[in-house]
Design a protein around this ligand. Structure first.
Ligand SMILES: Nc1ncnc2c1ncn2[C@@H]1O[C@H](COP(=O)(O)OP(=O)(O)OP(=O)(O)O)[C@@H](O)[C@H]1O
Ligand SMILES: [Mg+2]
Length: 382
């Protein structure tokens, strides 16, 4: 079974997608650090990283643009860094603002939109869904062309499919009936801005107040000139996701439901003709080769430990073995469903992954073949 660098050879983008809490942010950061250490100029776009991880990479001070992770951090963690690691934490609202700046026909329109109360509400709500803005940022950095490789973490949505659906949702929102009602030449926006005198308008004016109506009208009028730009952009973002130089890595956990979700997500990616590289099964209990017989474990422990403690450690060990067996069955099931796609197992580490040293532990598994992974796990260096 392949290592992640074999899977990603010749690619320029990797998107780590999967259900909530499975380890997308951690594996994205580990993958990017590993590729950078091996000589590439890599940028990782993280989304809501755990605070300690963000702190340890110096992400807190970063704006909505990738910044270089201090090479001295790698020296301290005794990692040879042959390339460059750049990282950023997505700011969805700032990304939306940048999008408006890009598409606004002139400075006046741009400022009118950005300062408009309605825009602020809408952009917060839309940006709140984060998915589209993550892709948008990926697209933007890709266009600038200053990195060898980009890794995209995806937002913590419960359902990984929300991510794939994001460009369509944005386009639908813009083209939806609500927006159209306002933006048509004869629509409400024109009446509001022109201080229309229709019955509907005067009722509305009384209900919501003239200022808000004026804001609404102004926003939709200014925005209407940008719809084509947005639509075109969403199309190109979609094309980038489907590009042969892009690779989706599905991240999942080893238990029942996440496995089924990963199988389903994989099917959807294939249906959408998006390039799938493989699956990273995170937090796996690797099977050990120790003697599993009920007495064997306890007998072995009785020498160094007192009776009660030996019994408890042995019971703990048997629990672990049961979990390991269950994980192995689930991973086998997953591998069957995925037909020849690479399945990379990362062990459940003793502690949270919150710094470069932790990411490096994950890299040992990501950048290894299956045989090497088995050996590593057996040697207990997880
Ligand atoms: N292999 C591992 N062993 C032990 N802990 C891990 C491992 N992988 C991730 N973690 C820990 O699990 C937690 C969740 O990981 P992470 O934030 O990467 O998940 P996520 O999929 O990005 O979550 P969300 O969907 O909320 O964005 C973190 O505290 C992280 O340190
Ligand atoms: Mg995350």
């Amino acid at each position: 079974m392949q290592s992640v660098d074999q899977i990603l050879a010749g690619r320029r983008i990797c998107i780590c997608a999967g259900s909530g809490g499975v380890g997308k942010t951690t594996t994205s950061a580990a993958l990017a650090a590993g590729l950078a250490a091996r000589g590439q100029r890599v940028a990782v776009l993280t989304i809501d990283p755990a605070k300690r991880l963000a702190d340890s990479l110096g992400l807190e001070e970063l704006g909505n643009e990738p910044r270089r992770v201090d090479p001295r951090l790698f020296e301290h963690a005794e990692i040879e860094m042959r390339g460059e690691l750049w990282a950023m934490m997505l700011d969805a609202k700032a990304t939306f603002d940048e999008l408006v700046r890009k598409h606004a026909p002139d400075e006046e329109t741009r400022d009118r939109i950005l300062q408009n109360r309605i825009y602020r509400q809408i952009s917060n709500a839309l940006a709140g869904s984060q998915e589209y803005m993550a892709m948008e940022k990926l697209f933007e950095i890709h266009q600038e062309g200053s990195f060898d490789f980009l890794v995209l973490d995806t937002p913590p949505s419960r359902n990984a499919l929300d991510f794939l659906d994001a460009p369509r949702r944005l386009t639908q929102f813009i083209e939806g009936r609500g927006m159209q009602m306002f933006m048509k030449p004869t629509g409400l926006a024109t009446k509001v801005v022109g201080r229309g005198s229709s019955m509907a308008f005067s009722v509305l004016k009384r209900v919501v107040g003239i200022d808000l109506l004026a804001d609404l009208g102004e926003f939709f009028q200014a925005f209407s000139g940008m719809v084509d730009g947005f639509r075109e952009r969403a199309k190109r973002v979609n094309e980038l996701l489907a590009d042969p130089a892009t690779s989706f890595m599905i991240v999942c956990g080893p238990q029942g439901e996440p496995i089924e979700e990963a199988v389903y997500f994989h099917r959807k990616l294939v249906e959408a003709e998006l390039p799938v590289g493989g699956v990273i099964v995170n937090k796996v209990h690797y099977e050990t080769e120790a003697d599993l017989s009920e007495n064997g474990v306890e007998e072995d422990l009785r020498g160094p430990l007192d009776g009660d403690l030996a019994a408890r450690v042995a019971s703990n060990f048997r629990d672990y073995q049961a979990l390991a067996k269950r994980d192995a069955r689930n991973v086998e099931h997953l591998a069957r469903e995925l037909q020849a796609k690479a399945v990379i197992r990362i062990p459940y580490m003793d502690e949270d992954i919150h710094d470069l040293a932790g990411l490096l532990k994950i890299d040992r598994y990501l950048f290894a073949t299956e045989a090497e992974r088995m050996e590593l796990a057996a040697s207990g260096t997880a």
